[in-house]
Design a protein around this ligand. Structure first.
Ligand SMILES: [Zn+2]
Ligand SMILES: [Zn+2]
Ligand SMILES: [Zn+2]
Length: 772
C-alpha cells in the first residue's frame, strides 16, 4: 500500500480535468482527492495498492482529455496513511498562493456529444444553441478571473436550474463540474431584432427565422461566442455587392463558413492537414485554394485564388445550417474601420445600423473579444496569419527562463501584445489595427486581463517598437508610469527574427541569419526598412544586407497608391518622357489623381521633397503588382503583394528569368531591385503577365536567399530563417527553403505565431527580457 501526491501544471483547468481524474481514480479503486490550485494547476492525492497507483498514473497520461496539456507532472511517493476510503473532488481554493504557471483554456468548439444532444428531440437540450459540457464551449471569452468557476464567468447571470445542477453535481455525468453548462430553461436566449432594434416575432425560433432571412438575401449581424459576425449568403453576388458597398470594403476578402467538409470540398481543394486544421477544436479559418470553376460568388475574395473557410463552432452556427442548409455563408468580423470587433448588443445596434438588415443576438455578455484565427498551409506546414480564438491564451514556450516579467506592446497593424513570465510568452488575442482610441483601449484591456489571468498586476519592463509615432508607444508610456517600469525600445526587424528564434527554441547566445521582409519597420537610421538580411541573437543584431533603397515619393502615400512607388523605382533608370508615357498609358489607375499626380511625383522626385528611401519588400511587390496591372491601390493591408502572389500562382516559373544582381557595398550586400523591375517592364507585352509575376517573386526570393547564404557562410553560421509579413508568400517561402536547405543550412520558419506583425510581440518581449 502507498500514497502519492501528484502535482500537474499545464492546461488542466476548465476542460473537465478534475472529473477525468475522479473517474480514473474511482475505476482503480483508489481513495484520495483532486483539487484546483488556482493558477498553479491541479493537485491529486491517491492512496491504495501501489500497482493500482501505477495504473492510475498510466491512465493519467494515456487517457487525458484531448485538449489537456501537461507542462509538468511531479509525483511524490509517501507512506500509506489510510485517511481516504473514497475519492473526492475538492472545491477550488482561490486563496492559495501562486506556485507555478498554469494555462487558461481557449474557447473550444462544441463537441460531438453535445451536438447529438442538440439534435435529439428526446434530450432537454434539443435545438438549444448554448449546449456545452466539460469538454467544450466558451472559456477564454467568458472567464473574468481565475480560478475558473461559474461565479467568475459571464455565466454568473444564469443560475443553474434543477436539472442542470443535478448534472453539475453528478460525478458520473458528462456535465459534472462544467462551469458554463445551461439549458433552455436556465441559460442565455437568442433574439432577433430588425434594423431599428425592434424584436421580430414569428417563426418558431429566432435562429430559424434568421436562417430564412439569410437565404432570402438579407444581411445579418450574428452574435456568437467571442464576437459578432456579419453574415450573408455566399452563393450569389447581389447580397455581397450590397454588403461591400455598405461596409465600403470593395476588395478585402471575407471568410466563409460551411456546414461540413463535404460542402467545402465542392468549392475548394482540401489537403489532409487542412482537413485536420478545419476540424480541430480551435476551428480556425483556413485559407484554401479555390476550385476552378468556383461555384460560389467571386465577390467573397475578389482577385484571389484562395478563400478563407471555417466550419461551425457553436450551436448557433450548426442550427443556422440545420434550418436552412446552404453551401456557405459569409461570416466576417463586425468591426468598423479602425475599431475592434463589436461585442455588446447596444454597440452592435448603434454601430452596425445601416450595414445589416437584422440582428441575431443573445443575452450572454462577451467578456473578452476574440476574433477568428486564420491559418494557411504553406509547403505542407501550418502557418498562422492571425492567432486568436481557439489558441489564445495558450503560451509559447521559451528556450530559457527569465527572472523578470515583460509586457510587449506589438506594432501597429494586425497587432497583438504579449506578457513574458518565466519561460513562457502569452500573446493576447488579435487586436487588429491601432488607429484610434477604441483600438488602443482594447489593447490595454486585453493586456491587463491577460496579466490578471497570470496572477500579476505589474511587470518589470515594457517593450515597444522604436517607431516614435506608433500609438502603442502611448500605451507603453502610460504603463511605464503606472508600473514604474522602464521602456525598452526594440527594432522592428530584430523583433521579427527574435520571434522566429523563440518559437523555434533557439538558445540564448546562438546567432541566426534572418531574412526579414515586410511592408515597413522603423530602421536604426530612422529610414523605413523592410527587406533585410540580419544576424541576430536575443541581445542584438547587425544588418548585413538589404534590398536596394528606393525612393518613396510622398512617404506613406506610396503604400496606398502603388503607382507612386513604381514611378519612384523607375525614375532614375529611364528618360522622364518615356516614363511619363508608360505610366499614363498603362498604370494610371495607380494614381488617385491621375496625370496630375504623376506630374507632382516627378516634381517631388526631382526636388527630393518628402521622399524617404525604403528597402521595403512589401512596397516593391506593390509596385510590381501595379506594373503588371494586377492591383493599383490598397484597400486592405498587403493587397498588392497578396494579389501578385495569387496571379503568380497561375504562371510558369521557368518561362522567363530576371536578373539577380547583388552588390557588395563595403561589406553591405545590396540586391539591385531597379534592374529587376525595369526588366519586367521591358518584357511586359512579350510574356504572359502571370509568368512575369512568377518570375519576379522567384528573382526576389533568389536574391534574398543568396544574400543570406553568403552572410551565413562568411560568418560561420548554420541557421537561416525567413520572417516578416512577406514570409506568408508561399512561392517565395518554398524557393528560399530549397536554396537554404540545398546548401546544407537549417531553415527556420514560423509555426506557432504569425510571421507578420501579429507575431512581433513575442520577439519584443524576448529581446526586452535580455535588455532590461
Ligand atoms: Zn460538449
Ligand atoms: Zn438548466
Ligand atoms: Zn513587420
Amino acid at each position: 500500500m502507498a500514497r502519492a501526491i501528484i502535482r500537474i501544471s499545464g492546461l488542466v483547468q476548465g476542460i473537465g480535468f478534475r472529473p477525468f481524474v475522479y473517474r480514473i481514480a474511482v475505476s482503480k479503486g483508489l481513495g484520495g482527492y483532486v483539487k484546483n490550485l488556482g493558477d498553479a494547476g491541479v493537485e491529486v492525492l491517491v492512496e491504495g495498492e501501489e500497482a493500482r497507483i501505477h495504473a492510475f498514473l498510466r491512465d493519467l497520461k494515456d487517457k487525458k482529455p484531448p485538449i489537456a496539456l501537461y507542462t509538468s507532472v511531479d509525483v511524490e511517493w509517501l507512506d500509506y496513511v489510510g485517511d481516504y476510503n473514497a475519492f473526492l473532488i475538492d472545491e477550488s481554493d482561490a486563496g492559495r498562493k501562486n506556485v507555478r504557471l498554469s494555462i487558461i483554456p481557449p474557447d473550444i468548439s462544441i463537441c460531438d456529444d453535445c451536438l447529438r444532444d442538440i439534435f435529439n428531440p428526446q434530450d432537454r437540450h434539443f435545438l438549444y444553441p448554448f449546449t456545452c459540457c466539460t469538454l467544450c464551449g466558451p472559456r477564454f471569452t467568458v472567464i473574468k478571473s481565475l480560478p475558473y468557476d461559474r461565479e467568475r464567468t459571464t455565466m454568473i447571470d444564469f443560475p443553474l436550474c434543477k436539472e442542470c445542477s443535478h448534472e453539475y453535481s453528478n460525478p458520473l455525468d458528462r456535465r459534472f463540474n462544467a462551469q458554463t453548462i445551461c439549458c433552455p430553461r436556465c441559460g442565455p436566449r437568442m433574439k432577433l431584432l430588425d434594423h431599428e432594434g425592434k424584436i421580430v416575432e414569428g417563426g418558431k425560433d429566432p435562429i430559424e427565422f434568421a436562417a430564412r432571412l439569410l437565404e432570402e438575401g438579407f444581411i445579418l449581424a450574428i452574435k456568437g461566442i467571442g464576437g459578432i459576425h456579419i453574415a450573408a449568403k455566399a452563393l450569389e453576388d447581389e447580397p455581397l455587392m450590397r454588403l461591400r458597398k455598405r461596409r465600403r470594403k470593395p476588395q478585402k476578402p471575407f471568410a466563409i463558413m460551411s456546414p461540413d467538409l463535404g460542402e467545402v470540398r465542392k468549392y475548394a481543394i482540401v489537403s489532409k492537414l487542412e482537413e485536420e486544421l478545419l476540424s480541430s477544436y480551435a476551428r480556425p479559418i483556413v485559407v484554401l485554394r479555390k476550385k476552378d470553376p468556383f461555384p460560389l460568388s467571386e465577390l467573397i475574395s475578389p482577385g484571389l485564388d484562395t478563400v478563407g473557410v471555417m466550419l461551425p463552432y457553436s450551436g448557433i452556427h450548426y442550427l443556422l445550417f440545420h434550418y436552412r442548409r446552404q453551401p456557405a455563408l459569409v461570416m466576417t468580423s463586425a468591426n468598423l474601420p479602425g475599431e475592434p470587433m463589436t461585442i455588446s448588443n447596444d454597440e452592435a445596434l448603434e454601430k452596425l445600423r445601416g450595414i445589416v438588415d437584422y440582428f441575431l443576438l443573445h443575452d450572454r455578455e462577451i467578456w473578452q473579444r476574440c476574433d477568428d484565427s486564420v491559418l494557411r498551409v504553406i509547403d505542407g506546414r501550418r502557418v498562422f496569419m492571425r492567432r486568436s480564438r481557439g489558441y489564445v491564451p495558450m503560451p509559447i514556450a521559451l528556450p530559457f527562463s527569465s527572472s523578470i516579467k515583460v509586457a510587449a506592446m506589438g506594432a501597429e497593424l494586425s497587432t497583438t501584445a504579449a506578457i513574458l513570465k518565466k519561460d513562457r510568452v502569452y500573446l493576447t488575442q488579435h487586436i487588429g489595427d491601432l488607429d484610434g482610441p477604441e483600438s488602443l483601449t482594447f489593447l490595454k484591456e486585453a493586456l491587463i486581463h491577460l496579466m490578471a489571468l497570470l496572477g500579476t498586476d505589474r511587470v518589470d519592463a515594457i517593450a515597444c517598437d522604436m517607431h516614435p509615432a506608433f500609438l502603442s508607444r502611448d500605451l507603453a508610456s502610460e504603463l511605464s508610469e503606472e508600473m514604474d517600469a522602464p521602456i525598452i525600445e526594440v527594432q522592428h526587424h530584430h523583433a521579427h527574427l527574435a520571434s522566429l528564434m523563440a518559437e523555434n527554441g533557439i538558445e540564448p547566445g546562438k546567432e541566426v541569419v534572418g531574412i526579414v521582409c515586410d511592408g515597413f519597420g522603423y530602421g536604426m537610421d530612422g529610414a523605413p526598412w523592410g527587406g533585410e538580411v540580419i544576424i541576430a541573437d536575443y541581445e542584438g543584431f547587425r544588418r548585413l544586407g538589404h534590398l536596394q533603397p528606393q525612393p518613396m515619393p510622398g512617404g506613406d502615400l506610396c503604400a496606398r497608391s502603388y503607382g507612386r512607388m513604381l514611378q519612384g523605382i523607375l525614375y532614375n533608370d529611364m528618360p522622364r518622357d518615356e516614363l511619363r508615357d508608360f505610366l499614363t498609358k498603362e498604370c494610371l489607375r495607380g494614381f488617385r489623381r491621375g496625370v496630375f499626380e504623376v506630374e507632382t511625383v516627378f516634381d517631388q522626385l526631382e526636388k527630393g521633397i518628402y521622399t524617404p528611401m525604403t528597402t521595403s519588400a512589401g512596397r516593391l511587390l506593390d509596385a510590381v503588382s501595379c506594373l503588371l496591372g494586377i492591383a493599383y491601390e490598397r484597400s486592405y493591408e498587403g493587397e498588392g503583394a497578396i494579389k501578385l502572389e495569387a496571379f503568380a500562382a497561375r504562371g510558369n516559373p521557368d518561362s522567363v528569368e530576371l536578373p539577380v544582381e547583388i552588390e557588395d557595398r563595403g561589406g553591405m550586400l545590396v540586391l539591385n531591385t531597379s534592374r529587376m523591375v525595369r526588366r519586367v517592364m521591358e518584357l511586359k507585352g512579350f510574356y504572359r503577365r502571370e509568368d512575369l509575376a512568377c518570375a519576379f517573386q522567384k528573382a526576389l526570393a533568389k536574391g534574398l536567399a543568396e544574400m543570406a547564404i553568403k552572410v551565413a557562410r562568411d560568418n560561420g553560421l548554420s541557421l537561416i530563417g525567413f520572417t516578416g509579413g512577406v514570409a506568408n508568400n508561399e512561392a517565395m517561402n518554398k524557393i528560399i527553403r530549397r536554396m537554404v536547405e540545398g546548401q546544407g543550412y537549417r531553415f527556420l520558419c514560423h509555426g506557432q505565431v504569425p510571421c507578420g506583425d501579429g507575431g512581433l510581440s513575442l520577439g519584443q518581449a524576448t529581446i526586452a527580457s535580455f535588455k532590461a
